[in-house]
Design a protein around this ligand. Structure first.
Ligand SMILES: *[C@@H]1O[C@H](CO)[C@@H](O)[C@H](O)[C@H]1NC(C)=O
Ligand SMILES: *[C@@H]1O[C@H](CO)[C@@H](O)[C@H](O)[C@H]1NC(C)=O
Ligand SMILES: *[C@@H]1O[C@H](CO)[C@@H](O)[C@H](O)[C@H]1NC(C)=O
Ligand SMILES: *[C@@H]1O[C@H](CO)[C@@H](O)[C@H](O)[C@H]1NC(C)=O
Ligand SMILES: *[C@@H]1O[C@H](CO)[C@@H](O)[C@H](O)[C@H]1NC(C)=O
Ligand SMILES: *[C@@H]1O[C@H](CO)[C@@H](O)[C@H](O)[C@H]1NC(C)=O
Length: 307
């Protein structure tokens, strides 16, 4: 009798704890129930959202390779981003040098297999979000710039399969199985990659594994700006381009750490916000955020706001 009562009490207690937990983290518990829900319907079904169809273009190659030279027209768009003084011929020669050093990234067509991505931005809304297990659970975990995991594992997870960086900040990546995804904004950035590869600043840890250093195709950046953002802003933020990149790499995309924190500030989850003004620089932060919401509404991404 007393054993029965104990069991009953235990079960009641457990239910209570679960209810409280679900109450406080409705989104998270919902997602747990839907773990591994990727059935490849998400982006490949024929009845996808018309808005999405007019934006998504699978034939735009996300990464540079010897196989997808950009046209002079695309180069002329790209060279204006940071006032590149080099001409098209110089650019092409530089790309040729680059791919004598770097292997072209392997073709990674989705091949019918369903791949899931976590895209982890750096917003302060990740503080206290408890998304760690959910982020780590996806096949690819893409982090941006300095987005760190040490000390924040519970909220942001531990795995990093891809780290997106601006070339000059890409030195000393310690992990030897993380893909480095570099966003070049001018020919000089490509020259930096060549130099850094030669001196071992990047790629040293990666030398035994091919294709771990990936360079984003300028044409892809143009596509994000023109098609996804309707040319709003000078050019897209790295965070937004990374999100579109994830849509190209994965059939199911989980988006974390974008937008403001619960106070409405644009802060980083690992540091105190010093600049209290919304810093979107040359980017159209509000417009980009609107597109993310639209993607979430049309169920092309799952967007976790952290609060
Ligand atoms: C998709 O991208 C390819 C390659 O850049 C281009 O040739 C094609 O016109 C694009 N399709 C649409 C519908 O914009
Ligand atoms: C791209 O350019 C390289 C070097 O100029 C050349 O070897 C290659 O054939 C070109 N590829 C295409 C598809 O035009
Ligand atoms: C990278 O590592 C080298 C050698 O360990 C060191 O001299 C350099 O200061 C480091 N650079 C950065 C940016 O941490
Ligand atoms: C990567 O690093 C781990 C531990 O630091 C090491 O055991 C492994 O052999 C390395 N792999 C390659 C391909 O260098
Ligand atoms: C965040 O925004 C609020 C206003 O919404 C402001 O009062 C507060 O000082 C901001 N916090 C920081 C750290 O800037
Ligand atoms: C906008 O871009 C230009 C050119 O790259 C740069 O000089 C300027 O500092 C940028 N402005 C902001 C606010 O980042």
């Amino acid at each position: 009798m007393s054993t029965k009562n104990n069991i009953l009490t235990f079960l009641l207690l457990l239910t209570g704890i679960c209810l409280i937990w679900m109450e406080t983290r409705p989104e998270f518990s919902f997602s747990l129930l839907n773990f591994r829900s990727c059935d490849c319907d998400t982006l490949t079904s024929t009845d996808v959202d018309p808005w999405f169809i007019t934006h998504f273009n699978r034939s735009v190659e996300p990464f540079m390779s010897t196989k997808n030279n950009i046209s002079e027209r695309h180069f002329n768009w790209w060279k204006k981003l940071q006032y590149d003084r080099r001409n098209y011929a110089y650019y092409k020669a530089t790309v040729e040098k680059l791919f004598q050093l770097l292997p072209s990234p392997p073709d990674e067509p989705s091949s019918g297999r369903c791949r899931t991505c976590s895209v982890v931005g750096n917003s302060g809304n990740l503080n206290d979000a408890h998304y760690g297990p959910l982020i780590d659970h996806q096949d690819l975990v893409i982090r941006i710039n300095k987005g760190q995991t040490e000390g924040y594992e519970q909220h942001v997870g531990t795995r990093t399969t891809h780290r997106v960086m601006y070339p000059e900040s890409a030195s000393n990546i310690s992990s030897n199985d993380t893909h480095i995804v570099l966003f070049p904004f001018k020919t000089k950035d490509l020259e930096w990659i060549i130099k850094a590869t030669k001196t071992g600043l990047i790629g040293r840890q990666h030398s035994t594994k091919k294709g771990l250093v990936m360079v984003v195709n300028p044409s892809f950046m143009k596509y994000v700006h023109e098609i996804w953002l309707g040319k709003k802003g000078k050019y897209p933020s790295t965070g937004f381009m990374t999100l579109v990149l994830a849509i190209h790499l994965c059939e199911e995309v989980h988006v974390f750490g974008y937008g403001a924190d619960s106070d409405g500030n644009w802060s980083h989850y690992w540091e105190e916000l010093l600049n209290k003004k919304l810093r979107t620089g040359n980017h159209s932060g509000k417009h980009e955020y609107g597109i993310i919401l639209k993607l979430a509404q049309s169920q092309k991404v799952k967007f976790y706001t952290g609060y």
